[in-house]
Design a protein around this ligand. Structure first.
Ligand SMILES: Nc1ncnc2c1ncn2[C@@H]1O[C@H](COP(=O)(O)OP(=O)(O)OP(=O)(O)O)[C@@H](O)[C@H]1O
Ligand SMILES: [Mg+2]
Length: 465
């Protein structure tokens, strides 16, 4: 679900995030301000707009407390171009070709998708009409001019309302099918449709490293050179409509316009989330070769975060006003281990809290996509009704918290391992042993029976949970 940013106040943004993320109010508040500031800036006088740069955010918090989740939900909500990269991927040994600029290209790519789908939505009605015509044509091909009326032959038919000619009959049949089609009665009927297979081949790199930009250009060129193949395929009308709608609406929109708008949108509203930024901080204590490449990546990042022009296949984008949100656990290294220039470019620091037992309980129950709801949905597909008592959830939260404390703190991710351990047997027994239409109630006793021993036995839980 996306809401228009215009109507979202910081408070409302936080309220939306609250539907998915428990606690972490400080982080929510700061990302909400940053998001609203984009809109505020767009409404400021022109000359001021250029001056106002986003205050990039650094989120600090141990693993599994919701850093990535906040960024993900934020982007969905903002309907803004968004991309997420893992900083650590730029340091992989022997990794060539994926330069840091690729994150900006990904951002533009995401922006193009957004703009495209908005534009497609705008032409949808028109495209649907065209598609309907294509489908009717596939069902009952028009006779065109070949079925000419032969006068004099069917004079008597006028009186009995029988079609005068094949042409008319054809026309009527088409209308009949069109009506059936509109009533949704033909969705499963199979038809032959011509679909365009865009077969831009993937070219392997021969010889030395080649940067991503030229790679893309080459691929575009070759893709454009090959004739677009029209392929006849048999499929249900429901499927055909989807594919045809894609194709026809693509024909109706102006790609140059899309590119331009997408670049502008990415420049002004884009958000780049750099995860695992702590992995490229070189902690002073563990010096050595790897640190050189880490610092190198940080230096590569500087101009992008600071604002520079990057070439993409859709045009040149300037990153001055792109919002960067970086996140890291900073267990080993500290934010101060980042090179000073980079630290300075993330002026807003937010710390995410470690999750407590009470938070776990709420995470199990409240979020729109809570684990319990996920499992319930999974089993609902087998017609099995799964439910949890409140005491059971409290017990799961208690156990997850205890295992985190004893073995290793992996935050809310622990809930997943605990839940899967708890429910595995049930998942296996459905539908063979626990048959369709049954109800499964998870109560405290059952939780203790299956998981009780785990917490006490440190070694065991290390392996199992
Ligand atoms: N505060 C929270 N409220 C609800 N769910 C949460 C919360 N924190 C974490 N989760 C859930 O736990 C899982 C891991 O969270 P997330 O990916 O945000 O961790 P992270 O902070 O980015 O950790 P890492 O440092 O390992 O990347 C997700 O499935 C997320 O939904
Ligand atoms: Mg993460």
């Amino acid at each position: 679900m996306t809401i228009n940013l215009d109507s979202l106040t910081p408070k409302q943004i936080v309220a939306e995030l609250d539907k998915y993320i428990i606690g972490q109010n400080d982080a929510k508040k700061n990302v909400a301000i940053a998001l609203r500031n984009r809109w505020r800036r767009m409404n400021a006088p022109d000359e001021m707009q250029r001056e106002i740069t986003p205050n990039n955010i650094l989120m600090i918090g141990s693993t599994g407390v919701g850093k990535t989740e906040i960024a993900r939900r934020l982007a969905k909500l903002a309907d803004a171009p968004f991309t997420k990269v893992e900083a650590s991927k730029f340091t992989e040994v022997g990794y060539v070709g994926r330069d840091v600029e690729s994150m900006v290209r990904d951002l533009v790519e995401s922006s193009v998708h957004l703009v495209q789908s908005t534009k497609k939505e705008a032409v949808k009605e028109k495209a649907l009409e065209i598609v309907e015509e294509i489908i009717v044509e596939a069902l009952v091909p028009a006779m065109g001019k070949t079925g000419k009326k032969k006068k004099g032959e069917k004079t008597e038919s006028d009186a009995t309302q029988i079609p005068e000619s094949d042409d008319e009959l054809n026309q009527r049949t088409r209308e009949l099918f069109r009506e059936k089609l509109r009533r949704g009665e033909l969705e499963n009927r199979k038809i032959d449709v011509e679909v365009r297979s865009s077969n831009a081949p993937n070219i392997g790199v021969m010889g030395g490293p080649i940067d991503e930009m030229s790679m893309m250009n080459i691929q575009e060129m070759i893709g454009g050179m090959l004739p677009k193949r029209e392929k006849k395929r048999k499929m249900t009308i429901a499927d055909a409509r989807k594919i045809l709608l894609e194709e026809e609406s693509a024909k109706l929109i102006d790609m140059d316009e899309v590119k331009e708008e997408a670049i502008r949108k990415a420049e002004n509203l884009g958000i780049i989330f750099i995860d695992e930024i702590d992995k490229i901080a070189s902690s002073r204590s563990n010096g050595g070769g790897a640190d050189v490449s880490r610092e190198g990546v940080q230096r590569d990042l500087l101009p992008i975060v600071e604002g520079s022009s990057v070439n993409t296949k859709y045009g040149v984008i300037n990153t001055d006003h792109v919002l960067f949100i970086a996140a890291g656990a900073f267990h080993v290294s500290k934010p101060s281990d980042l090179i000073p220039e980079l630290q300075g470019r993330f002026p807003i620091r937010v710390e995410l809290q470690s999750l407590k037992e009470e938070d776990f309980y709420r995470i199990l129950r409240e979020p729109k996509s809570a684990l319990t709801k996920q499992y319930e949905a999974l089993l609902a597909s087998e017609n099995v009704e799964l439910s949890f008592t409140d005491e059971a959830l409290a017990e799961i939260a208690r156990i997850a918290f205890a295992v985190n404390a004893e073995v290793e703190n992996i935050g809310a991710r622990r809930l997943q391992t605990v839940m899967s351990h708890l429910l595995n047997d049930i998942m296996f027994d459905i539908p063979d042993v626990i048959t369709s239409n049954s109800k499964v109630l998870i109560n405290k006793e059952l939780v203790n029976e299956r998981l009780g021993g785990m917490v006490k036995n440190r070694d065991l839980s290390q392996y199992i949970l």
